[in-house]
Write a protein that binds this ligand. Structure first.
Ligand SMILES: [Zn+2]
Length: 116
């Protein structure tokens, strides 16, 4: 399953940050996912919860923030939002667009809490 692999690589990133903060626990992880990332937010959160439960005996909550797909038009240099995967600039009709957000899964933040 696609989401399981993503959850696994996400957890690797989280562990790397976590390792730099000894004596803390991770309470929540926030990620950003755009329409082109192909991520099913619920499935990903589920896979992540299961994975952390397996490894730490307690599940870490994953919050997936969905963002729109945005791009810079190579012709008029405006930043535009792409809807329904129509890669046409609404300003000038240009079709050469460079995606700036929404094409991948991105780790936003890791909430660490001190162990009591
Ligand atoms: Zn344009």
């Amino acid at each position: 399953m696609h989401e399981q692999g993503l959850a696994r690589s996400l957890l690797r990133e989280v562990k790397a940050v976590w390792a730099q903060h000894p004596g803390s626990t991770v309470s929540q992880v926030d990620v950003q996912a755009g329409p082109l990332s192909g991520v099913e937010p619920l499935l990903l959160a589920d896979a992540f919860a299961r994975l952390t439960q397996e490894q730490f005996g307690t599940s870490i909550e994953l919050v997936v923030h969905q963002v729109p797909l945005t791009a810079i038009c190579n012709q008029c240099r405006r930043e535009v939002t792409i809807e329904r995967f129509r890669f046409v600039c609404p300003e000038c009709g240009g079709t050469r667009l460079t995606e700036t957000q929404g094409d991948c899964l991105k780790l936003l933040s890791i909430n660490l809490a001190a162990v009591a």
